[in-house]
Design a protein around this ligand. Sequence first.
Ligand code: NAP
Length: 288
Amino acid sequence: MTLAVIGPGAVGTSIAMALANTSVQVDLLGKRDETLTFHEYATSEQHAVSVKALKHTNTHYDWLIVAVKTTQLDAILADIERLCHKETRIILAQNGYGQHDKIAHPYVYPAVVYISGQKTHPHVTHFRDYRLHVQEDPHTRALAQILTSSKLELTLERNIEHNIWYKLLVNLGINTVTALGRDTSKVLKYPSMAQLCRNLIDEGLRVAQADGLQFEPSLTDDIMTIYKGYPEDMGTSMYYDLTHQKPLEIDAIQGYIQKRAQVHHIATPHLDTALALLLYEHEKAQTS
Ligand code: NAP
């Protein structure tokens, strides 16, 4: 079996490292040929990792795991097509939803990513977890079987949309308020920001329910309780992207929920305002 991971960042490099020393031949593909350093935070182990230039790769892989940011996907769509044969299976190891519609290939699996890490080029640090959730079918079952000897945990779901929407709603609240508040999760100590967060999740929950997802009405409270367990100094990816003036993954998170709200004619005034402010930051980052 041949497998390539596209995007040698925090998630992609962690996945490639988790698959090392297995029977699977794994290529890690990035912008250029280079060597990165991979740091396992829990054990302080360090490894050198080889990256091959995506543009110069012409292999047809059986599995592709895409781990670029959602804002970077458009730039590699032609590369993805070039690396596929008819039966290639593509896993999108990204936050958000809706990106699969951009890929002109029949077998795309949007995944929910539970891998925590950070890249400061050329160093990648892996903090916690090596887990991807994907839709269960005979192909993902076969892959999960092959990966049992690896560190990468492939959790198979009967209805991946449910897991995707759950993570979307978790990201919707905390990513939005930390980015707009330019603060870590301690932003929730401010009642007005906690209320905004709650209103955003409530709106998202109504959209999810209109999309056919079954969540308990208490989900907003449950998510707010989860946030209370976050360390106060913990930032979110959107907070870090905004403060580093990088493009924001809003199209795949807040933007996706807004699009679904429009389909169902659901009013989302808090989401609309938050998205306008985030879009402004995103566009500034793209032109800077
Ligand atoms: P990241 O560290 O920025 O990694 C993205 C990688 O893609 C970078 O190495 C980047 O290369 C590479 N890339 C960008 N454009 C490329 C191109 N045209 N060709 C080849 N490689 C390209 O991002 P990440 O944190 O791994 O996040 C990946 C996805 O996982 C995101 O959707 C994120 O929201 C999600 N996620 C992340 C975490 C986390 O803890 N990091 C947790 C859960 C979910 P350069 O480094 O050279 O720019």
